[in-house]
Design a protein around this ligand. Structure first.
Ligand code: HRG
Ligand code: AKG
Ligand code: FE2
Length: 351
């Protein structure tokens, strides 16, 4: 197909979801009917909602990764959040180190390049982690590791207010998508509310990936593995990824084991399934492996919001999915908080 465009700039000119899906190889879901009806008691009778649910189900079974548009969060805000993140990372190290991540700070805060590891290998990224607040004793021993309040930078001065607004919009959007996914799994819309995820834990990770040719002689170059983020799955229910325009760096492993690109599409989120949703669906939905390689010369920013279950919830397959289609019994069981803490404790070096 010689006419197929390859740059994101060209992609952005297409408004038709059908054309986009075709080009991107990952599904593209127009969420508007679900987002506007997600709290309507009659949502299950709405043909528009049911069409979104059908598409979500297809995307979740086929790839575990998909794009969403029509999600209600303005493109200008998505961009502003990335720009604000970039402004923070452009600050001198001493300034960024004021909110340095330490175990004493509940693993919240700034990590310099090379401090984050995936499967023992350094990731070529700097980042800030924010978690839902966990007050002392809130989850007993289970929550101790990440107890505390977030470390908000003073600089840029608008940072905290902007990010809090963004977190609140993402939380609401993810809740609505999960109502659609609940229906897609044959459950009631509120399947992921109450004891399961009615008090959802969340994580926000702001990430900066240096370009492929950093200035000669820096530590960045010496330690460079070329991998911005090693292959991994996400831990919770659903991830909303807001990635920089114009840089193709995210890769997703498809069912055949090939790495396929998930290029940025302006105004959209890339969504993917986490380990807890894989368990709830008894493996029908996969928490798909992905990684980041920034071969571009430009510095890349991504803002990742993770929507999770209640922190102390025991996750196991939904009643409707206890038996897999091949007749096997239960898949797995996990306490979300244990799963998260297990990961957090392995994610950093030299702290
Ligand atoms: N909550 C999530 N998914 N955080 C990002 C995970 C990035 C990979 C991580 N170093 C690991 O090894 O899991
Ligand atoms: O930066 C990205 O595009 C993805 C980052 C990611 O997968 C993660 O932090 O879990
Ligand atoms: Fe991820």
């Amino acid at each position: 197909m010689p006419w197929l465009p390859s740059t994101t700039a060209t992609l952005a000119r297409f408004s038709s979801p059908t054309i986009l899906t075709y080009i991107l190889s990952l599904a593209y879901v127009e969420l508007d009917p679900l987002v506007s009806k997600a709290d309507d008691p009659k949502m299950v009778e709405d043909p528009g909602v049911l069409e979104v649910v059908r598409q979500l189900h297809k995307a979740c079974t086929e790839a575990g990764f998909f794009y969403v548009k029509g999600h209600g969060i303005p493109e200008t805000l998505l961009k502003e959040v990335r720009d604000e993140t970039r402004r923070f990372f452009e600050l001198p190290y001493e300034e960024k180190a004021k909110i340095k991540l330490t175990p004493a700070a509940g693993y919240r805060g700034y990590q310099k390049i090379g401090e984050n590891i995936t499967k023992g290998v350094r990731d070529m990224q700097e980042a800030i982690d924010f978690y839902r607040e966990v007050t002392k004793g809130m989850y007993g021993d289970l929550g101790k590791t990440i107890e505390g309040s977030n470390q908000w930078p003073q600089n840029p001065p608008t940072f905290k207010a902007l990010m809090k607004e963004y977190i609140s919009l993402c939380t609401d959007l993810a809740r609505k998508i999960m109502r659609g996914i609940a229906l897609a799994l044959g459950g009631a819309p509120d399947e992921f509310e109450g004891q399961r995820a009615g008090d959802p834990f969340w994580v926000m990770r702001l990430i900066g990936y240096p370009g492929a040719s950093p200035v000669n002689g820096t530590d960045v170059l010496k330690n460079d593995t070329g991998i911005g983020c090693g292959a991994h799955t996400d831990y919770g229910l659903l991830t909303l990824l807001n990635q920089d325009d114009g840089i193709n760096a995210l890769q997703v492993r498809n069912l055949s084991g090939e790495w396929i690109s998930a290029p940025p599409v302006p105004g959209s989120f890339v969504c993917n399934i986490g380990d807890m949703l894989k368990i709830y669906s008894n493996g029908l939905y996969e928490s798909t492996i992905h990684r980041v390689i920034n071969n571009n010369s430009k510095y890349r920013v991504s803002v990742v919001y993770f929507y999770e279950t209640n922190f102390d919830t025991a996750v196991e397959p939904l009643d409707t999915h206890k038996t897999r289609f091949n007749g096997n019994k239960k898949f797995e069981r996990a306490i979300y908080g244990e799963h998260l803490i297990g990961k957090v404790l392995k994610n950093f070096i030299d702290l």
